[in-house]
Design a protein around this ligand. Structure first.
Ligand code: FES
Length: 177
């Protein structure tokens, strides 16, 4: 009996020690979380202006928006045609090129450069990079292939590359965010 009580007492001491550690842990976590949410607010307010005047048809650039890569691509007429030829109903994430671009500016494809599988940066925006079998972007991590509208066509990624909120400030400047 005395033995059992001893065990119980030790258990209680252990539990008390764990609880104290738990409380201390919460004390540390809270300030970190509030710092994180403060910077999230700052991030939410930020936007990025990009000069697109030097991007020729068939070229793309990588920019940074809220610490993540963004691809700005000037599609050729051939790439636009290829995107428009696809049967949208057959797509995993059905969207037309028109829905993914601004009216009258279908050649400007602006997407996040973040694979929708596990977040790698796909290839295809840099000069000489492989674009994959659908001519858009190719994620080297697990082989997701995107087409010329940056729609997912093959591989494990579930969604098209995300189109961020953006607007044309002028014919040559795009404001993202
Ligand atoms: S992260 Fe792109 S295919 Fe897995």
């Amino acid at each position: 009996m005395a033995e059992t009580e001893g065990v119980r007492r030790r258990d209680f001491i252990n539990i008390a020690a764990v609880s104290a550690a738990g409380v201390a842990g919460i004390g540390i976590v809270v300030p970190l979380v509030s710092q994180m949410s403060a910077s999230a607010d700052v991030l939410a307010a930020s936007s990025t202006e990009i000069d697109i005047s030097a991007i020729q048809p068939g070229q793309a650039i990588k920019a940074v928006f809220r610490k993540q890569p963004v691809f700005v691509r000037n599609l050729t007429p051939h790439e636009i045609e290829a995107a428009n030829k696809v049967d949208v109903a057959s797509l995993r994430d059905p969207q037309t090129l028109e829905e993914r671009t601004k009216e009258g500016k279908e050649n400007w494809l602006i997407t996040m450069g973040v694979c929708t599988h596990l977040g790698c940066v796909p290839l295809g925006a840099g000069e000489g990079e492989v674009k994959g079998e659908f001519g858009g972007y190719f994620c080297p991590c697990h082989g997701s292939a995107y087409d010329t509208a940056a729609r997912i066509r093959k591989g494990p990624a579930p969604k098209n590359l995300e189109v961020p909120k953006y607007e044309f400030s002028s014919d040559t400047v795009v404001k993202i965010g």
